[in-house]
Design a protein around this ligand. Structure first.
Ligand code: GCB
Length: 632
């Protein structure tokens, strides 16, 4: 297992496992997969591999009997669902044995996808579910093999052929275990447990405003590489017109390896050599023929890094993003972010967080073509890599976020370590996506010393891992009690640490303000940096109309709320973009009005099945108008 890496400043802060790999060990004491001690496999989706999606056996474990015994000791053998045995045969042959599971004969489901949609009984299940399947590995294998999970929500413990591989914490980012040594010729058995249960110290904690989709929600693959391979790489355009490239090789021949960066579309072939640690870096002038990526022209180039037997591939767009005073500059020119927020939930009556390329295109297509947008806030956690690739392809700028949401355990070192790790996993996964322009570290968090220190640590991590993008966080504002018109002040000390100031505002929805009073709202915000309204919105039940009374939850109320809020937005001098809340109605257990919500947050501009509400056109018309203006 690799222990150090050029970028792995996180190592010191994270719980890197130094535990012996004993099968008797309680699974929650297994080594933790983090960017500090496990393979990254950047752009793994472009590598050769065996798809392990499809049919898996599963078994619920609500009392976590496979995680620990009832006195907290290692679990009983009768509960060890990862054992590589034939349960029926073993019990038939030896009447002293007893197992309270039999994965080979347990019910089946299809992965990826949350278990919540698997059967009606699983709809509200939170806790541990075990999954198992078999696959064949050819004899005479060469090179290395990695078991890679796109994401599993929230904590995962994995086993191969009865042996533990490790654990991972965090529901929205990829992780991988090397299995080169553990694979056997012919049949192999993979077992993993996913625990969806949030606690006061997880990220996010228990209280949110979205459905907690438990399970393996993104693809699982056995990835194959040569013995020495490119584990991490990045190529980007700098603001002074250079191409900057970085790679890290892993394996016996990583040191002093000759390599080549090629971008065929630019007729570029840059030779290089890795250093003693397997790292390589180069900066070269960008060719004149380079076409910059933008929402209007989302040009992507095929990029390869060849090193020894390995060829690392990606499709990368080149653009710059900067802040200058109160402006956001894309490729050196001011831009207004015409966006909307989105949860990771596919369109349909019974979503299971299965983001196929088609599902991603359907959602992003509504933004790009329906709303005439150029920007999406992927809230409130890292979305599938399928989504950010689709944004690259379609031409949408992206705000990418970690689920440091509302109230996390600010003073808990384990919570901070988990947040830092998911932030690093997210950044390292998506540093090559031209679409991603903003890393956000938090949403609506209360100002206090412990929180400020926590978020400053995350901001510092972003600046070190990716100094080329902008940093933000959705901040809370103070409202003056006795003012004649809604008057809000940003009084968050964190503002000074961020490139973009972001505010979520719900005046007129959660407050009794008259909609007609919204345009005159007063915003006291620092004048020296760009402001975005990262959220505003109102619920509407698709098909519920109240044209005269403008009752809340009616389409007319939502449309009028948008008109008035957009009028207000037009009067904020430093406003440089917005991502209203939200593209599509999404599942949220905290929303239980039986007439209108029934477990759905109804602030979507489209319903869960994709019906456009009246407010959709209000925003689409506004964005059409904005797209014709030259931004200030
Ligand atoms: C917010 C939160 C978002 C909620 C939204 C709402 O401020 O950031 O997660 O879903 O308000 O609908 O209240």
């Amino acid at each position: 297992m690799r222990k150090t890496h050029a970028l792995w400043f996180l190592a010191a802060a994270l719980v890197t496992g130094s535990f012996p790999l004993l099968a008797e060990q309680a699974p929650d004491a297994l080594p933790l997969a983090t960017v500090a001690n496990e393979p990254l496999l950047v752009s793994a989706d472009m590598r050769e591999g065996t798809e392990l999606s499809g049919t898996w056996h599963y078994s619920i474990d609500p009392y976590r009997a496979g995680i620990a015994g009832f006195h907290g000791e290692a679990p009983d053998r009768g509960q060890q669902r990862w054992l590589d045995i034939d349960v029926r045969k073993t019990m038939a042959e030896d009447n002293r044995t007893m197992f309270e599971f039999d994965m080979a004969h347990a019910q089946t489901t299809s992965l990826p996808g949350s278990w919540l949609a698997a059967t009606p009984e699983m709809r509200h299940y939170q806790g541990v579910v075990w999954y198992q399947r078999h696959f064949d590995a050819p004899a005479g294998r060469k090179g290395r093999y990695f078991l890679r999970f796109g994401a599993a929500n929230y904590a995962t413990t994995a086993y191969l052929n009865g042996k533990p591989l490790g654990r991972h914490e965090g529901g929205f980012t990829p992780f991988a275990f090397e299995v080169t040594q553990q694979l056997r010729d012919g049949d192999n058995q993979i077992t993993f447990a996913v625990d969806s249960q949030a606690t006061a110290t997880t990220v996010p904690p228990t209280v949110t405003d979205w459905e907690n989709y438990g399970g393996a929600t993104r693809g699982i693959r056995l990835v194959h590489t040569p013995a020495t391979y490119v584990d991490n790489a990045m190529v980007r355009l700098t603001t002074d017109g250079k191409l900057e490239a970085e790679a890290h090789l892993d394996g016996a021949a990583a040191a002093g390896q000759s390599l080549h960066l090629t971008i065929a579309g630019l007729k570029l072939d840059v030779p290089g050599k890795s250093d003693a640690k397997g790292n390589w870096k180069a900066t070269i002038p960008a060719p004149r023929s380079l076409v910059r990526w933008s929402p209007d022209n989302p040009k992507l180039y095929d990029v390869t890094i060849s090193a020894g037997e390995d060829v690392w591939r990606d499709r990368i767009g080149f653009r710059t993003i900067e802040r200058k005073g109160a402006d956001i500059l894309l490729n050196g020119k001011p831009i207004f972010l015409r966006g909307i927020s989105m949860h990771e939930e596919e369109i349909g009556p019974n979503p299971a967080r299965i983001i196929t390329p088609e599902a991603a295109t359907a959602l992003l297509g509504e933004i790009k073509n329906g709303l005439h947008g150029n920007y999406v806030r992927l809230s409130h956690y890292p979305h599938s890599e399928v989504m950010t690739r689709a944004a690259d392809r379609l031409g949408l700028l992206v705000w990418s976020e970690v689920p440091v949401y509302w109230m996390v355990a600010w003073s808990n070192p384990g919570t901070l370590a988990a947040a830092r790790n998911m932030l690093a996993e997210n950044i390292l996964r998506d540093r090559n996506r031209a679409s991603v322009v903003i890393w956000s570290v938090a949403n609506e968090t209360p100002v206090n010393d412990a929180r400020n220190a926590f978020l400053r640590t995350l901001i510092g991590d972003v600046r070190r891992l990716d100094p080329s993008r902008l940093v933000s966080a959705a901040l809370l504002v103070k409202r003056e009690e006795d003012a004649r018109v809604p008057t809000m002040t940003m009084a968050d000390p964190l503002a000074a640490d961020l490139d973009i100031l972001s505010i979520n505002t719900y005046n007129g929805w959660y407050t009794p303000d008259r909609l007609s009073d919204l345009p005159a709202s007063v915003w006291h915000v620092p004048a020296d940096r760009p402001l975005v309204f990262s959220e505003f919105g109102a619920d509407a039940k698709s098909g519920f109309h109240s044209p005269e009374r403008l009752q809340k939850f009616s389409e007319e109320f939502q449309a009028e709320y948008y008109r008035k809020t957009l009028e207000m937005a037009d009067r904020v001098p430093t406003l440089r973009g917005m991502s209203p809340w939200i593209l599509k109605d999404f599942r949220s257990p905290r929303r239980q009005n039986p007439d209108f919500q029934m477990g759905w947050n109804r602030k979507g501009l489209i319903s869960e099945t994709g019906q456009r509400k009246m407010a959709f056109d209000v925003l689409a018309n506004y964005y059409t108008m904005k797209s014709k203006e030259t931004p200030k």
